[in-house]
Design a protein around this ligand. Structure first.
Ligand code: ATP
Ligand code: MG
Length: 419
């Protein structure tokens, strides 16, 4: 992509009304636009990051036999009433709307009830089970406070997977598979070492605990207690003598950290299937409620988390798998057309090698280009100028290791292709 054609521009003054670091740096780099508190639009660079995160998540969900779907955002009141969750006193973050005829609808804040209702048409026998549909979708939540940028949107992107099983044993083994898949996701997007599988409250679903994936950051809204050697973390909400005893740890061994919840997995059991009548016939012909689980990852919250964790003043660094481009080609031609032509040839060469590249072809000063490149945060950089062309090479900077080398283009292509 040619940077001169990119409509989003970097900006150096911080947006006045933005108080969170993650949104501020993403707005300044031109990745997102703030429409109103808790509502952001994704611009070309930001959307490429979102799509890359989705690609990693999709690959890991498919590995555990997920089947991708996309459900509607408008939801029926009656389905939620049956599960006791339409009432604003029970679910306090609903956005609701009305049809012309006056009947009420909800804007999806989650999808377990809607999907359970749909699955009644497709599940009738044990032979139809297990099945694991998932989607990437916009969720709407009328959050009271939306001051943490992409951490807490009123409209945000989530990956939600639901498991439908005939037996507790299948639910339990799928739950373990989901934990492995989630760990792979966080590893691949560069958050592995700072993300903890955390014991948390089971909420209203009748199970004692659920599990969250919590990434350490001082900007997070959660407090977790970590046992480093045992790699166990406990959310403050379930930190009590009983939980400590069950996990075999003592309070003095734990360290308190602030964190953000990037994922949450629940065993729902029959919480939704019983009231909605989602049943199946087992081998003996006996009718039983389907056993469910739900598995969420905050896709847009993840982009915010990486921005929060990797960003510094005027500096960003995207992990390779999710960076909007693999390499940032910075051309310094100073108006010399023959130099520009050489740089353009390098741009074409990189593209031919299937390397995604943002080419700073703008007629701007070198200092401005480097400043923007730091803000945008692409991990690899190639600088081409009259000087490098004369020495028959390019200047290659790996921003992850901070190593800068003068190499031939062929050599740099080999390095980038190996990533
Ligand atoms: P939280 O405890 O942070 O309010 P939650 O427990 O209500 O989140 P879930 O319903 O489990 O969240 O949703 C699954 C995932 O979606 C969460 O783990 C989180 O990463 C993400 N998420 C939830 N609410 C928001 C939000 N308002 N903005 C952005 N992402 C969110
Ligand atoms: Mg949660």
């Amino acid at each position: 992509m040619l940077q001169s054609k990119l409509f989003s521009k970097t900006r150096f003054e911080a947006p006045k009304d933005e108080v969170s670091k993650n949104a501020e740096s993403l707005i300044r780099a031109g990745f997102i636009h703030k429409d109103m508190a808790g509502v952001y639009s994704y611009l070309p660079l930001g959307l490429r990051v979102i799509k890359n995160i989705e690609k990693v998540v999709r690959e890991e969900m498919n590995k555990i036999l997920g089947q991708e779907i996309e459900l509607s955002s408008l939801q029926e009141k009656t389905v939620w009433e049956k599960t006791g969750r339409w009432d604003d006193k029970i679910v306090d973050n609903w956005f609701k709307t009305k049809l012309k005829n006056g009947s009420e609808l909800g804007l999806a804040y989650t999808h377990e009830a809607a999907l359970a209702e749909i699955m009644k048409e497709y599940i009738s026998s044990y032979r139809d089970l297990p099945t694991y549909p998932y989607q990437f979708q916009t969720k709407f939540r009328n959050e009271l406070r939306a001051k943490s940028g992409l951490f807490r949107g009123r409209e945000f992107l989530m990956k939600d997977m639901y498991s439908f099983s005939a037996t507790e044993a299948d639910l339990n083994s799928f739950y373990e598979n989901a934990i492995v898949a989630y760990k792979n996701v966080f590893q691949r997007i560069g958050l592995g070492s700072m993300t903890y599988l955390t014991v948390a409250s089971g909420g209203t679903f009748g199970t004692k605990y659920s599990h969250e994936f919590q990434t350490l950051t001082s900007a997070g809204e959660d407090l977790i207690y970590i046992h480093k050697e045992k790699n166990i973390a406990i959310n403050k909400e379930v930190l009590n003598d009983e939980t400590l005893a069950e996990l075999g740890v003592s309070m003095s061994e734990l360290v308190e950290e602030k964190s953000v919840e990037v994922g949450n997995i629940y065993k729902l059991g029959t919480f939704y299937s019983l009231p909605l009548g989602l049943n199946f016939k087992d081998e003996k012909g006996e009718v039983k409620p389907v056993i469910m689980g739900s598995y969420g990852i905050g896709i847009s919250r993840l982009m915010g988390t990486i921005a929060e964790v990797n960003g510094r003043e005027n500096f960003m660094l995207w992990p390779e798998e999710i960076s909007p481009f693999m390499v940032h080609l910075i051309g310094i031609s100073n108006g010399d057309e023959s130099v520009f032509k050489e740089i353009n040839d390098i741009y074409n060469e990189l593209q031919k090698s299937n390397i995604t590249v943002l080419f700073d072809d703008r007629d701007a000063r070198a200092g401005e280009k480097f400043r923007d490149a730091d803000l945008i945060g692409i991990p690899h950089q190639i600088v081409v100028s009259k000087k490098t062309i004369e020495s028959k090479g390019v200047e290659y900077l790996n921003r992850i290791s901070s190593i800068k080398e003068n190499l031939t283009l062929e050599k740099v292509i080999i390095i980038l292709k190996s990533k």
